[in-house]
Design a protein around this ligand. Structure first.
Ligand code: SF4
Ligand code: SF4
Length: 138
């Protein structure tokens, strides 16, 4: 699936900071050395496949409106490549950003669809359930 026409990252650089990127030995919450917050990726033409291939769910889902762009809500909504989890990934410095009502509404709807919904802030993880409750998760 590709990104939705009309959607672009714009000034968002959330995935270049929040995600673990093994290729660069980059931990969650550490800005990639190639990222400039105003100018984006300094190595855009030669960026590795892991960056080329990545698109967050906001880029791919028409139903996620402009107000849910990751930098606006401090949360990346995404499918986990290694499991069937639907994830809300936030900067460890703002670990409860996923409780934003706009974000939480999406997480709750995914849980009600039967998805395993998980919020992640660095090493901290929570599972969100279809009744709106959540608890630390391993
Ligand atoms: S988190 Fe999504 S919108 Fe933001 S820079 Fe990454 S792919 Fe683009
Ligand atoms: S190489 Fe570029 S696209 Fe990849 S994480 Fe770094 S700044 Fe972002």
């Amino acid at each position: 699936m590709g990104s939705i026409p009309g959607k672009s990252c714009g000034p968002c650089t959330m995935c270049c900071k929040v995600l673990v990127i093994d290729h660069f030995k980059k931990d969650a919450g550490v800005l990639c050395e190639h990222c400039t917050l105003k100018g984006g990726c300094k190595v855009y033409e030669t960026r590795p496949d892991v960056c080329r291939d990545y698109e967050c769910d906001w880029m791919m889902e028409r139903s996620l409106g402009p107000q849910l762009r990751p930098d606006k809500v401090g949360t990346i909504l995404m499918e986990d490549a290694d499991s069937d989890e639907y994830q809300a990934v936030v900067d460890p410095s703002t670990p409860m950003a996923w409780r934003n009502p706009l974000v939480f509404k999406v997480l709750l709807s995914k849980a009600k669809e039967g998805r395993v919904v998980v919020a992640k802030a660095g090493a901290k993880t929570w599972r969100i359930f279809d009744d709106g409750s959540f608890k630390p998760w391993t």
